[in-house]
Design a binder for this molecule. Structure first.
Ligand SMILES: Nc1nc2c(c(=O)[nH]1)N[C@H]1C(S)=C(S)[C@@H](COP(=O)(O)OP(=O)(O)OC[C@H]3O[C@@H](n4cnc5c(N)ncnc54)[C@H](O)[C@@H]3O)O[C@H]1N2
Ligand code: MOO
Length: 411
């Protein structure tokens, strides 16, 4: 049995998995063209250059009057300037003209007429519709949003490597850009192993439902990937290998994620099947998630996670999620890590980095350990929103101690 001294450090296994995934496509992760409407959260592979200016034309920033600044230069509340009001300019009206010596009512967003160079907001007037009393002077350019003042034609409005959120999608819509080149989503085959897993919705005696397949597929999607297939296989090496080979024969899978069958029992289907094929199985100085496997099947990376659901999901967070996101170019591969004060004492392990489930109160700057440290408490994990990253020195931590916390709600 391994002693803590022989366990692989967490950082070393992280690097191992990161290297494995980085080598999948090298620096050239495949790209694809997608409709902007379908592009939320995707990673831009190429910058976007503005095909037209934003705003497209000079328009009013206020409801008021389009004027020539020179005509209202002397206006004060005590000595207002009175001017004839021409035809209204509602938003959407084509660009018109301003007859010298007059003003036109103009609405926010409406095109400033040729000849006008400022807008006086309605609050600085008497609101007249035939003749208006302008009570304050406005400098040239006041409340005029000039064409291209936000985005100039030909300027780089979005950089390669950015993710597309609401603001980015909004600016593309405003500019009339309908398609973007993005990094292809990593395609992940999720493979649960274990003869105890029931295919039937009502498990028989000694059987359980497949939690890992569901949680890992959800985790893949959350990370920006696609769970191309979600399969289950019994603890039988030939069946497992035959399924894997069949699945990988057609290509197109960037990562195989297995769960279960990697520890020390008599029926470790993943370890027994893939160990002889060169996949490395190690014990990592981490709890949960000590037994781990990683390597290549043919040229496809495979990461073998332990079967306990809390171990599988924690291992995903620690080893796979950041490595996969970095590999396909996501600008934020890591979870946000915050410092928070423990609301209760905690006893870390000596020789193993421990990731406890926690509830983070960002406003209070505190974190509460959530449930026992064991790796089968999925119900407790489901109630948590953070991982408390405890050092491996075994020193007891008092309530109020500052710890690193991974915020699982931050994508
Ligand atoms: N003698 C030893 N036993 C164990 C060791 C060890 O070092 N020596 N390590 C323990 C640790 S730590 C972990 S973690 C687990 C890892 O086990 P495996 O990866 O081999 O997984 P299984 O034995 O197949 O299953 C473990 C546990 O998880 C349940 N499971 C598995 N798959 C699923 C699934 N898809 N959905 C829900 N639950 C699943 C399974 O029923 C078991 O209860 O080994 C320890 N043992
Ligand atoms: O390492 Mo296991 O994941 O603790 O139960």
């Amino acid at each position: 049995m391994s002693t803590p001294a022989t366990l692989r450090p967490v950082s070393e296994h992280q690097q191992h998995v990161a290297d494995l995934l980085a080598a999948r496509h090298g620096a050239r992760w495949p790209t694809e063209v997608v409709a902007v409407d379908e592009a939320r959260e995707r990673v831009l592979a190429e910058p976007v250059t503005a095909p037209e200016p934003l705003p497209a034309f000079d328009n009013s920033g206020m409801d008021g009057y389009a004027v020539r600044a020179v005509d209202v230069a002397t206006a004060t509340p005590d000595s207002p300037v009175r001017l004839r009001v021409g035809e209204d300019i509602p938003a959407g009206a084509p660009v018109g003209e301003l007859t010298p010596g007059s003003v036109r009512r103009i609405m926010t967003g409406a095109a400033v007429p040729q000849g006008a160079d400022a807008v006086v907001e309605v609050e600085a007037t008497d609101g007249g519709t035939d003749v208006v009393e302008i009570r304050e002077a406005r400098a040239t350019g006041s409340f005029v949003r000039t064409a291209g003042s936000d985005v100039a034609t030909g300027s780089q409005v979005l950089d390669a490597g950015m993710t597309l959120g609401p603001a980015q999608i909004g600016v593309l819509a405003a500019l009339g850009v309908r398609e973007v080149v993005v990094r292809r989503r990593p395609r992940v085959l999720v493979l649960s192993t274990g003869s105890e897993l029931a295919e039937d919705p009502a498990p028989g005696s000694g059987q359980i439902r497949d939690a890992n397949g569901a949680l890992l597929a959800a985790a893949v999607e959350e990370a920006g990937g696609v769970a191309v297939r979600r399969l289950w296989v019994e603890d039988d090496v030939p069946t497992f290998l035959a399924l894997l080979d069949e699945e990988l024969a057609s290509g197109g899978v960037d990562l195989v994620l297995t769960s279960g069958g990697v520890s020390a029992g008599a029926y470790e289907v993943v370890k027994d099947g893939l160990g002889p094929r060169g996949v490395e199985f190690v014990k990592v100085a981490m709890q949960p998630g000590m037994p781990q496997g990683s390597g290549l099947v043919g040229d496809t990376p495979v990461v073998c996670l332990p079967g306990n659901p809390v171990s599988a999901l924690t291992s995903w967070e620690v080893f796979v999620r950041p490595a996969l996101r970095r590999a396909f170019g996501h600008p934020r591969p890591q979870r946000a890590v915050v410092r928070a004060r423990l609301t209760e004492p905690v006893q870390p392990l000596r020789g193993k980095r421990q990731l406890r489930r926690g509830r983070l109160d960002r406003a209070a700057g505190t974190v509460t350990p959530w449930g026992p440290p064991g790796s089968a408490f999925l119900g407790w994990f489901a109630g948590a929103d953070a991982l408390i990253d405890l050092p491996a020195d075994g020193d007891p931590l008092a309530a109020g101690h500052l710890v690193d916390v991974w915020d699982l709600t931050c994508h």
